[in-house]
Design a protein around this ligand. Structure first.
Ligand code: PLP
Length: 366
């Protein structure tokens, strides 16, 4: 029987053996609560302290700048809701940012939207065009989860700062896949999620630049130095650090290989479907292994089902939103033609995918 082909890594990634191995002791003997004062707490507490430093090192931060969260959604909500003044967000953010911003707007806070270019990029120009007096936080994603385009976050952070605002980036699709250095990028807040880089689900972190304060989202205990209440998910935190460290170590090699595979995939798709269109392909930079393609006259959702029957996993638009059959807000924001938008599928390759997988995906779509 043919091997399964999982090509939906933007939705979630398989747990790495390194992560599982790191997690197991904390699910067995070392199960203590890090906040306890007896000796059961020692190993979990030490582990959380150590891996906070590991994570910080992987993203160019200090350990005290990392706060663990229940994933990307919480990190985004925290950054958006925890800071006070007017908000500028891009119109093609993940719903974790967009709906948090809508919640804030409902409470009377000023929210304005920057529209990405047709190539799927937010640049300094788009921030300037949307700018209004009173904006205190700009939030623009590092990489888009539907079309894989990568923004120049350093330039955007500099633009926000030059206008007196703080800058948040949702780096959920980028961390563990492309080099991220919070210090060099000069961002104030940065969100990440472990299950997008071979850690487990329901764990992530928010980078908060030293000296900045965010209002807390959760009322409760004094965990995370009083920044985020709730008993730490020790095993998931430890697994996240192991996965991030392993991914950072292999990032350049895997990234190059995935860029090559994505190029082959685009080439084979064009050969098989000469009228194929690639939303976001005109952007200066794409995530490694990421191909969003529209096949005119076909249904993206239909294709997902056809491929699924052939044991191949891809996605139609964003997986988080797979029950929403309307044209995605991302494709709308980049003015992608509606008649083509229904035929879009997202193929997101990962480290374990091969050239053989690429050929099988294209063959299965014919
Ligand atoms: N931000 C982006 C860009 C995402 O792709 C996702 C998940 O798809 C999230 C946020 C939400 O992350 P999580 O699933 O960890 O809540």
């Amino acid at each position: 029987m043919k091997r399964c082909v999982y090509a939906d890594h933007a939705a979630t990634t398989p747990l790495m053996p390194e992560a599982l191995e790191a997690m197991l002791p904390f699910m067995k003997g070392d199960f203590g609560n890090p906040s306890s004062i007896h000796s059961w707490a020692r190993k979990p507490r030490e582990a959380v302290r150590e891996v906070r430093a590991t994570i910080a090192e992987c993203i160019g931060a200090e350990p005290e700048e990392i706060s663990f969260t229940s994933g990307g959604t919480e990190a985004d909500n925290w950054a958006v809701k925890g800071s006070g003044r007017g908000l500028l967000v891009s119109a093609y953010e993940h719903h974790a940012v967009l709906n948090a911003a809508a919640h804030e707007a409902g409470g009377g806070r000023m929210v304005v939207y920057a529209r990405p270019t047709r190539n799927g990029v937010i640049g300094v120009r788009q921030i300037a065009d949307a700018w209004q007096k009173g904006i205190g936080l700009v939030s623009v994603m590092t990489a888009n989860n539907e079309i894989g385009t990568v923004n120049d976050v350093g330039a955007l952070a500099a633009e926000a700062h030059s206008r007196g605002a703080l800058f948040h980036t949702d780096a959920v699709q980028a961390v563990g896949h492309i080099p991220i250095d919070a210090r060099k990028l000069d961002v104030d807040f940065l969100s990440a999620s472990a299950h997008k880089f071979n850690g487990s689900k329901g764990i992530g972190f928010l980078f908060v630049r030293k000296g900045l304060k965010l209002a807390s989202l959760l009322d409760g205990g004094q965990q995370e130095d009083g920044r985020r209440a709730g008993t730490e998910n020790v095993e998931a935190i430890v697994g996240m650090a192991a996965a991030l460290k392993a991914n950072c170590a292999r990032m350049v090699r895997v990234g190059k290989r995935l860029d090559g595979l994505a190029e082959r995939l685009r080439g084979e798709l064009v050969a098989a479907f000469p009228d194929a269109v690639f939303p976001g392909a005109g952007a200066p930079r794409q995530l490694p292994g990421f191909v969003s393609v529209a096949l005119p006259g076909r249904s993206g959702e239909g294709l997902v089902h056809i491929l699924d029957l052939k044991r191949i996993a891809v996605s139609a638009g964003a997986a988080c939103d797979s029950r929403n059959t309307q044209v995605s807000h991302v494709l709308k924001a980049i003015r992608f033609p509606v008649r083509l938008a229904k035929g879009v599928i997202r193929i997101s390759l990962g480290a374990e995918n091969t050239l053989e997988d690429v050929r099988r995906i294209v063959d299965a779509m014919r």
